[in-house]
Design a protein around this ligand. Structure first.
Ligand code: UDX
Ligand code: ADP
Length: 468
């Protein structure tokens, strides 16, 4: 490694920081990349053979670079001190308390990071916002960095939002549609662009001012989520009229101006970004008195909540208006396939509704553990009711279990609810599953994943999204 080569520190070893830094380290063997986190267990997992996040192809990327120029450590200050470029990749959840609760982003972790960078810096640093942040956060980060006491410390702040989608992170990082860098200092922008430029074509590296970069991330996610809510809105109309939402999506998607992507109707979008970013956008609009604009974007979330609720209500209505003491096999808990991430997963909300109706749930997800499922359900109850009541604790403890396969979850169940589109669900032996279920054997396909006609031949009563 040449003495002049760049050293990078990334604060936050999560779904964004981990894969992004692993890719930079893989593509740039001469750049030392240190990924730091305060969570010791997470760092230990990054240093082991079982990574803390499930992402196809990631293990190979990590293995290639780890120990060579990629290091995972809890030594935050030391890593900051020796680095030239510092990425902030910490979590920015929606605030659950105080001013802006339920809408604004909680910037506590970003602020703590900025303070730690200020304290530990003894030279010039380029500080890069990687986490999704409200517009003008860079301004706050800059002001905090000014509190640095070391006379040799100085900073440039850049915004470099991440556009990777979970489940395809490695592909997205290797071949991004674009890399966006926002900032004021041309030298700093060029230095960061030079890192990505090792494997990304120059014309795909977009350079903007700071605020455009921050707002572009929120806007991209708002547009994507809006497409899902739009097709989900149409799915309700399809069910009422006899149209088929997949046929409609296909028909409109062939219009090159509309395009075919992000038109898959579902039980509702989830993930750590869509809802959080739209809420941020709504909060921002309200802050600037743009109430009509705020209401416009908020409707995307209202429609998503409606879609989740509509699905659970349909299950209850279809099953003779009661699921009390009935066993429902839940196939999939992650917010989409190929990830172990459950943040804002529609499954949490649907399971909550079914539990409220006293259903017994047997959940199978190839990547999500029982402890995480219970944690998510408890967290939702606390968010909604302010605390976890004895009643809800008992419901979660006694009515939620996991199975080791989709078939095992369905054995003896009254119904199956498909909540994540894992490919393996298409390979299940549905004849055997049908035989092992209570009759009528209901199947609610929240992802329009399975072949309805075949399932009907197997004997299932199938209910899908936006289908006549
Ligand atoms: C998203 C953005 O795609 C990514 O660019 C950004 O950096 C982070 O947020 P992610 O949340 O990982 O990525 O997943 P994404 O593939 O966008 O899916 C989000 C949700 O929408 C999932 O629950 C998915 O199942 C749902 N979805 C997506 C649909 O219901 N229908 C679709 O057609 C597409
Ligand atoms: P994302 O999906 O944005 O990557 P995650 O929650 O998966 O979010 O990861 C964020 C990580 O940031 C967590 O592992 C958390 O422990 C870490 N983190 C938060 N604050 C700090 C901090 N001040 N210093 C170091 N790591 C931090």
């Amino acid at each position: 490694m040449s003495p002049n080569s760049i050293k990078i520190c990334c604060i936050g070893a999560g779904y964004v920081g981990g894969p992004t830094m692993a890719m930079i380290a893989k593509q740039c063997p001469d750049i030392e990349v240190n990924v730091v986190d305060i969570n010791e267990a997470r760092i230990a997992a990054w240093n082991s053979d079982s990574l803390p996040i499930y992402e196809p192809g990631l293990q190979e990327v990590v293995q290639e670079a780890r120990g060579r120029n990629l290091h995972f450590t809890t030594e935050v200050s030391e890593s900051i001190e020796k680095s030239d470029v510092i990425f902030i990749s910490v979590n920015t959840p929606t605030k659950t308390f105080g001013i802006g609760a339920g809408r604004a982003a909680n910037l506590e972790f970003v602020e703590k990071c900025a303070r730690q960078i200020a304290e530990s810096s003894h030279s010039h640093k380029i500080v890069v916002e990687k986490s999704t942040l409200p517009v003008r956060t860079a301004e706050a980060v800059k002001r905090i960095l000014q509190s640095a006491t070391n006379p040799n410390a100085s900073f440039d702040v850049l915004s470099n939002p991440e556009f990777l989608a979970e489940g395809t992170a490695v592909k997205d990082l290797l071949n991004p549609d674009r890399v966006l860098i926002g900032g004021e200092c041309p030298d700093a922008i060029e230095k960061l662009a030079g890192i990505y430029g090792r494997w990304v074509d120059a014309e795909r590296i977009l350079k903007t001012n700071l605020w455009s970069s921050e707002l572009s991330k929120l806007t991209a996610n708002a547009f994507l989520a809006q497409r899902v809510s739009s097709i989900n809105a149409i799915s309700a109309l399809c069910e009422a009229t006899g149209a088929d939402v997949d046929e409609v999506a296909n028909a409109i998607g062939t219009d090159s101006r509309i395009g075919p992507k992000f038109l898959k109707s579902s039980v509702g979008f989830g993930g750590s970004c869509f809802q959080k970013d739209i809420l941020n956008l709504v909060y921002l609009c309200e802050h600037f008195g743009l109430h009509e604009v705020a209401a416009y974007w908020e409707q995307v979330i209202i429609m998503n909540d409606y879609q989740k609720r509509r699905f659970s209500t349909r299950i209850v209505h279809t099953m003779f208006n009661t699921v009390s003491d009935k066993r429902i096999a839940v196939w999939g808990f992650a917010f989409k396939k190929d990830t172990n991430d459950t943040r804002e997963s529609a499954a949490i909300y649907v399971c909550r509704d079914l539990l409220e109706e006293r259903a017994r749930l047997t959940i199978y997800d190839p990547q999500v553990k029982l402890e995480h499922i219970k944690r998510d359900l408890e967290y939702l109850m606390v968010n909604e009711f302010g605390e976890l009541s004895e009643h809800h604790r008992k419901l979660i403890d006694s009515n939620v279990e996991v199975a080791s396969s989709a078939e095992a979850a369905a054995s003896g169940a009254h119904a199956i609810a498909v909540l994540t589109e894992w490919d393996e669900f298409k390979e299940v032996d549905f004849d055997a599953v049908y035989q092992a279920m209570k009759k009528p054997a209901f199947l609610f396909d929240g992802r329009n994943l399975l072949d309805r006609e075949k399932l009907a031949q197997n004997g299932f009563e199938v209910h899908a999204i936006g289908k006549p």
